[in-house]
Design a protein around this ligand. Sequence first.
Ligand SMILES: [Zn+2]
Length: 260
Amino acid sequence: MKILSRNFGISMNAMITSLLIFFSGWLAGGLVNWLADWLPVESRLGGLICSSCRKEISWLDYWTLFPCKHCGRTRGLRTWLLHFGLGIAFLGVHWTGSPRLSEVEAMLWLTYSSLIVVIDFEHRLILEKTSIAGGILAFVIGVRLHGIGMTLAGGTAGAALLFLLFLGGEVFRRWMEKRRGEPISEVAMGFGDVILSGIIGLILGWPGILAGLFLAILAGGIVSGLIMFSMIIRKNYQAFTAIPYGPYLIFATLYLLFLS
Ligand SMILES: [Zn+2]
């Protein structure tokens, strides 16, 4: 009887902890939603707003994912994905642990990663403000994992290697322009990707960044290959299509930090 009640006590505790962890993921999801609604559009922060009509939503509606009272729209896929996604991801970290990061580090990094992916998908942008915050976070975690030397080496290598790729893309773009005789406005890779590569270099360290870049470029190549293939089938093939590298860099880093 005593053992039973003790077991029950432990599992009650575990359940409450799990609920709290899920709730903090839920809050982090709301935070990312809020930042993604404001930062790329106005580069300042305001109140809690509806992502579609940008009118203010009450605090309660915002956190309970109620439809917007002004435009009547449901709160959008991104909102739901972030709230539940981060809630579940936080729980996953808590239950299975992450091989390299502490629980708090993992949660902060997951939150930062979601923000970068959402803004890059929606606006094709990697913002200065998020890069500064990410850089500080990656540096602090990197120094604990690899020491200061290897952290800085990783960051430098990450930025330098992607910068070379960026230059390569520019040379290719100019060559294509000459061949076609018309300007190509799409840029293969933004400078934000170079900065982001430096940031993931800090957290992955040297030589971890090499694996990170390899994975990101491989995944980017495979996905854009598939997209090109579907374009060829649908006969609207364009030889020059930009790959947004940001999400690939982020996913490669998450894979290396959490799953490998
Ligand atoms: Zn609305």
